[in-house]
Design a protein around this ligand. Structure first.
Ligand SMILES: [Mn+2]
Length: 363
């Protein structure tokens, strides 16, 4: 079970009188090197958190740091973030792990199926904000604040507590990390996130943010979007979109971020085949949606899922445990989503009527 921070907003001072950032730094004194890890396909929140903490460790302890990348980064905005801010990320599989390393995991928790490596032996710290608990047994330093919209908000707090000067590049990464976690309405954010944004805004490079936010899109983006539009069915307040082949898992998130703005639904699901996996993304446009738990329930023992109140993601390995065909898998997922949301089994309504699609194909 997760050890939750008893009081997520005790101004950083808990129990011992030490602030959490003090305890975080204190535990790193013996380390020769600090390695930051995050979840697969790192997003802006994990990238910003790694950069912010690496800066804190360098500034306060003068120790070498390594930022890693677990799997490729495909979402165009995230790639732009890496390029524009010149983030030096080492592929996780290229790290030569040493006994004297301290490993810090951000924006995710061990044993949640979101990593390609088993870290349980050598983790020093886990700093995260996800609802879905991982296995934190034996991790000396844990700071999980599910009341915070972003891990970057926690990291910004550490930097403020430690009075570390924040360079423009670090502020830009942290700001963008928080911003991306707060997209959508209702926002998944609290006062701590707004406070961090206000603090970072004057320090960040707004032109660079605009450049990242408006990253140019590859052709595959439009192909996936077209497939999703053509396959979208509405069931009461739920819309489900399937994509046959996704070049990158992030396409599912891009599609639901778009679909959830449809004014007739409160829930958007996108599922698609990406290599040997069936990738799922879920969004809710209502509060107290518990999207992470809902997706976990739907995926069940077929795969892994997790997330936040209004945003969740998951994946199902396309192996023997899954139904033999994609159609069967889609049907099973659809039934489970309807059941989990208390929607009666019904024929879906196409988002785009078939005659429009056929007319377009003929012309
Ligand atoms: Mn996050």
């Amino acid at each position: 079970m997760a050890r939750r921070s008893a009081d997520p907003d005790c101004n950083g001072r808990c129990g011992s009188g030490l602030r959490r950032s003090d305890r975080f730094l204190q535990g790193l004194h013996a380390a020769k090197r600090v390695i930051f890890v995050s979840h697969i396909h790192p997003d802006p929140d994990s990238l910003g958190s790694m950069l912010g903490l690496a800066h804190l460790v360098q500034h306060r302890l003068g120790k070498p740091t390594v930022m890693t990348r677990d799997g490729p980064i495909a979402r165009p905005e995230n790639r732009a973030m890496v390029e524009v801010l010149k983030l030096d990320l080492k592929p996780i599989e290229s790290i030569d792990w040493r006994e004297e390393d301290a490993v810090v995991m951000v924006d995710s928790q061990p044993n949640t199926g979101r990593h390609s490596q088993p870290y349980t032996q050598r983790l020093y710290a886990v700093i995260d904000h996800h609802d879905t608990p991982g296995d934190l047994t034996g991790v000396p330093f844990v700071d999980i604040r599910s009341s915070h919209g972003a891990t970057c908000t926690v990291v910004t707090r550490y930097l403020i507590e430690q009075q570390a000067p924040i360079p423009e590049r670090v502020a830009t990464a942290l700001l963008y990390g928080i911003e991306t976690e707060m997209t959508g309405y209702p926002r998944e954010a609290g006062p701590a996130d707004d406070e961090a944004l206000l603090f970072l805004y004057p320090l960040a490079d707004k032109d660079r943010i605009a450049q990242i936010r408006n990253a140019r899109l590859p052709q595959s983006h439009f192909g996936c979007l077209l497939q999703a539009l053509q396959s979208s069915f509405i069931y009461d307040r739920l819309i489900i979109s399937w994509v046959d082949e996704m070049p990158h898992p992030e396409h599912a998130a891009e599609i639901v971020d778009f679909m959830i703005r449809f004014d007739q639904v409160d829930w958007a699901v996108c599922g698609g085949v990406c290599g040997q996996k069936f990738v799922l993304s879920l969004r809710a446009a209502i509060e107290n949606a518990h999207a992470g738990e809902l997706l976990q329930q739907v995926v069940g023992d077929m795969g892994r899922a997790g997330g936040h109140d209004r945003r969740a993601g998951g994946c199902i390995p396309l192996t023997s445990t899954a139904p033999s065909t994609i159609d069967e898998l889609q049907a099973r997922l659809r039934r489970r989503f309807l059941k989990a949301l208390g929607i009666e089994e019904c024929r879906g309504q196409r988002l785009v009527p078939l005659r429009n699609i056929l007319q377009n194909l003929q012309s």
